[in-house]
Design a protein around this ligand. Structure first.
Ligand SMILES: [Zn+2]
Length: 350
């Protein structure tokens, strides 16, 4: 492990763009597959590891859907969520906003009340046992259109769980115009939820403008195409609207061709607040620590610079102010201790 990798592994972090089912690691999928051995997912650990090795986007969709198929009961939902938090804690993620798509589970027959109880039980257990604070973003799966928007809004408002902080929009962007969801976001915002749609990942900057104007986005999921519109970059910088950047995901979905061409540096140089995230980490063969390492390389950062990125995510989060203050000072303390250790003569002698 390089020094930077070691620094990142121990750095307290926040993750603000990560999907629920997309966070199911092979370890968790093995547990779910054992509960439902009739599924398509191999139960043998070696075969499962091979099945999970990221090949291309089509393979990602296949793996994703086969995991969706294993989430059939409230206990599956609870187990998935709780075990994701365990994986997060191992990466020193102290706070995470997880994007959940309750529409998919409810459509598959899970009772909404039991679904909410399952994620909330996982959330409170994870916080007390692992120390990782979880919050939810309920997102509309865009490909399922307005009926999914109706249902997601109802689930977010009528069955609202305590951990819910935001309302999102995911799925494909092409052929799914953002403005049609305006009434749903208006209602969600009126109910006190924050607006965090995906935009400008597979389409141009006009989709980001739509998200800002029509959906009143406070943060943008991805926003990769913002770099093609200088006025938009200026707007994001001036209004301090953070982008949730997920480098490996962008390569996996071919939004960006190679990591060397990733627009992260352009975003930072334009003064836009950026945060580093992992999106669907095990399915894209990554984790948050790997994404930070990539960002450190792309931005040429030292350990203090990486700590600054971690603080960006805390600032951009919808965590309560006490959580923000506590996590930010843990980041500062850790970075300071690292620096002191590096500067001490005893260390240098080694
Ligand atoms: Zn996403």
């Amino acid at each position: 492990m390089t020094d930077m990798a070691a620094f990142i592994a121990g750095l307290p972090k926040a993750e603000i763009h990560v999907h629920h089912v997309g966070s199911a690691s092979p370890r968790i999928v093995a547990q779910l597959a054992a509960r439902h051995p009739d599924g398509k997912v191999p139960v043998d650990p070696e075969e499962l590891a091979d099945y999970f090795t990221f090949r291309d986007f089509a393979h990602f969709i296949e793996v994703y859907l086969s995991v969706v198929d294993l989430i059939r009961t409230p206990e599956d939902v609870r187990l998935l969520t709780y075990e994701i938090a365990r994986d997060m804690a191992e990466q020193r993620i102290g706070y995470a906003e997880m994007t959940v798509t309750p529409f998919s589970s409810v459509r598959r027959g899970i009772d909404p009340v039991e679904f909410m109880a399952a994620i909330e039980d996982a959330r409170t257990s994870a916080e007390s046992e692992f120390g990782t604070v979880l919050r939810w973003c309920f997102d509309i799966p865009g490909e399922a259109g307005l009926p999914a928007a109706d249902s997601t809004l109802e689930l977010a408002t009528r069955y609202r769980p305590d951990g819910l902080v935001s309302f999102g929009l995911g799925g494909p962007e092409i052929g799914v115009p953002r403005p049609q969801f305006k009434p749903y976001f208006d209602r969600a915002i009126a109910e006190g939820l924050r607006s965090v749609p995906h935009a400008g990942e597979s389409t141009g900057p006009e989709t980001i403008w739509d998200a800002l104007v029509d959906l009143r986005a406070e943060r943008i999921g991805h926003g990769t195409s913002a770099i093609t519109d200088p006025k938009l970059l200026e707007h994001l910088a001036e209004h301090r609207i953070p982008l949730e950047v997920c480098p490996t995901s962008n390569i996996a979905t071919r939004v960006v061709t190679t990591m060397e061409e990733h627009p992260l540096r352009t975003m930072v140089e334009a003064g836009v607040p950026v945060t580093i995230n992992s999106d669907d980490p095990p399915m894209f063969g990554t984790d948050l620590n790997t994404e930070y390492l990539i960002a450190a390389r792309l931005l040429d950062l030292d350990t203090d610079g990486v700590a600054g990125l971690a603080k960006n995510a805390v600032d951009a989060s919808f965590a309560e102010s006490t959580t923000k203050t506590e996590l930010s000072s843990r980041i500062d303390d850790y970075a300071r201790q690292w620096r002191d250790q590096e500067e001490s003569p005893a260390q240098r002698a080694h």
